[in-house]
Design a protein around this ligand. Structure first.
Ligand code: AMP
Length: 202
């Protein structure tokens, strides 16, 4: 079926707790896309105490956005690995106008999926993620606390949400109500991305 399938390049946007990572992983395991999470790459560096970690740890723990030039370098390097035969799902990038422009200049995107969810639901979800921690299917994170979350939501509404208009104008935006159970959200995403046919046989 390889010859019949095109390559898909998606991005997934939404505030913390919207389910970006979960939905990106579901798409990648069903359709063999590569999941590229910038937050995961930074957390890998933090666990391994690299030089990059020294530049980003404090910023991340406070809930602020890492400077564009650092993020763009990390994303550029990752995408240049070209290990994505079927395509990729970029989770958590772009988050600023500069990052979006960088992306448009370098890669032809297909669709941007916006996971729409109210702030109060985000607070509840992140509180659960912070409370239950390891071994529960949730991952405890240093930035899952109310102070950092307020900063992250501020960054989202101030810098990332305005990009939705940009994607809309390029006819790339699909908006999905993320305040529903995981499987329902996933079905809506697949439908919106025309991925509902037989597996691999788009
Ligand atoms: P995430 O795992 O996507 O919630 O990202 C965790 C943290 O990593 C964010 O709160 C930022 O500090 C940083 N980060 C991840 N992606 C980006 C990005 N595209 N631009 C700036 N900072 C980012």
């Amino acid at each position: 079926m390889q010859g019949l399938r095109s390559m898909d390049k998606f991005i997934i946007i939404g505030p913390q707790g919207a389910g970006k990572g979960t939905q990106a992983q579901l798409l990648c395991s069903e359709f063999d896309f590569v999941h590229i999470s910038i937050g995961d790459i930074f957390r890998w560096h933090m666990r391994h105490h690299t030089k990059l970690a020294a530049r980003v740890t404090r910023i991340m723990n406070e809930g602020r956005l890492v400077p564009d030039e650092i993020v763009e370098e990390v994303v550029g390097k990752r995408l240049q690995e070209h290990d994505w035969n079927w395509g990729f799902v970029l989770d958590g990038f772009p988050r600023t106008r500069s990052q979006a422009e960088y992306l448009f200049e370098n890669w032809n995107l297909d669709r941007a999926v916006y996971l729409d969810i109210p702030d109060d639901v985000v607070f509840d979800r992140v509180a659960i993620r912070a409370a239950v921690g390891e071994g529960s299917g949730f991952t405890k994170r240093a930035d899952d606390n109310p102070a950092a979350l307020r900063v992250r939501l501020g960054e989202f509404h101030g810098k990332t949400a305005p990009l939705l208009q940009l994607f809309h104008d390029k006819h790339m935006l699909v908006t999905v109500d993320a305040n529903r159970p995981i499987t329902e959200v996933y079905e809506s995403i697949k439908e919106a991305l025309d991925l509902c046919g037989p597996k691999g046989g788009k």
